[in-house]
Design a binder for this molecule. Structure first.
Ligand code: DQA
Length: 151
């Protein structure tokens, strides 16, 4: 069975009350519940994580990659600052999709750059919490292809 980790970074524990005009009214618990249900329907094992601590995110990304499991990651502001997260994805050969709720390219310039994007399979941004659902649809065939290559 394909296994995917949904990893949310700093301040995403505040979803639902944090800047709702930008990030919407859905709470993290509601988002995770929906994603687990969707994954279950698609025959995917989904595990949810959230941390405000960069090193914990690095460890999660490493562990997923070393186990051959996929990652859907919204690293929040660490997207724009963290070389460590980029190195974790690259170093553990983690199949990762970068996700953002908001369209970061339509916002402040400091949100336009991602250290992670070049080592991710792709980036999905700007579709609200549906960005995560699109990422789930995108990552499944990529993980299946990787698994069949690995034999
Ligand atoms: C975000 C965009 C980031 O720039 C911001 O720091 C976040 C959330 C998003 O999902 O739109 O925390 O990743």
């Amino acid at each position: 069975m394909v296994a995917v980790h949904l990893i949310n970074g700093p301040n995403l524990n505040l979803l639902g009350r944090r800047e709702p005009a930008t990030y919407g009214a859905t709470t993290l618990a509601q988002l995770e519940e929906r994603m687990v249900g969707l994954a279950h329907d698609k025959g995917v094992q989904l595990t949810c994580h959230q941390s405000n601590i960069e090193g914990e995110l690095v460890t999660l990304v490493q562990q997923a990659g070393l186990a051959g499991e996929g990652v859907i990651i919204n690293a929040g502001a660490y997207t724009h600052t963290s070389i460590a997260l980029r190195d974790a994805i690259k170093g553990a050969d983690t199949l990762a999709i970068e996700v953002h709720i908001s369209n970061v390219h339509a916002r402040e310039e400091f949100r336009h750059h991602s250290f992670m994007a070049p080592v991710c399979a792709g980036v999905i941004a700007g579709f609200g919490t549906r960005s995560y659902e699109l990422a789930l649809d995108a990552i499944i065939p990529l993980l299946q292809a990787r698994a069949s290559r690995a034999g």
